[in-house]
Design a protein around this ligand. Structure first.
Ligand code: DQA
Length: 146
């Protein structure tokens, strides 16, 4: 079985560092990628990290993950709240999924309270900032050991 994790990031997350830092923190996406790579390496896992502002591209990456990755960590960003297509793609590839949000979406506007992805996820981490990505990777390491 492959021990490669796929970390996917949705729209506007390329702007982290300067985007609403009071909500999303000061870390850039490159900082988060470095954190993910370190966490994966600590557990002997390989990791691919990607971000896109194009929904179709994200769908293609999810489709390609089948058979290539052990699991998917995804911050779908705004598509969390809008995209049945992303939910269906994640369900179709039958890989374990952990949904991550930097902010606690439940403390924010009502439109952020609903996620199309949560129902097909192993679990959801929201409000832990960049550390949420590390927690998701640690949980995958735990699952892969079992
Ligand atoms: C987010 C929360 C979403 O509601 C928002 O649209 C984002 C980022 C988060 O990481 O907190 O872009 O997914």
């Amino acid at each position: 079985m492959t021990r490669t994790l796929l970390v996917l990031n949705g729209p506007n997350l390329n702007l982290l560092g300067t985007r609403e830092p009071a909500t999303y923190g000061h870390e850039t996406l490159a900082d988060i990628e470095a954190l993910c790579q370190r966490s994966a390496a600590e557990h002997g896992l390989a990791l691919e990290f990607r971000q896109t502002n194009h929904e179709g591209e994200l769908l293609d990456w999810i489709h390609q993950a089948r058979g290539r990755h052990a699991g998917i960590v995804i911050n779908p960003a705004a598509w969390t709240h809008t995209s049945v297509a992303i939910r269906d793609a994640l369900a179709a590839v039958e890989l374990p999924v952990i949904e991550v949000h930097l902010s606690n979406v439940h403390k924010r506007e009502e439109f952020r309270h609903h996620s199309f992805v949560s129902a097909i996820a192993v679990g959801v981490l929201a409000g832990f900032g960049a550390h949420g990505y590390r927690l998701a990777i640690e949980h995958f390491a735990h699952l892969l050991k079992a």
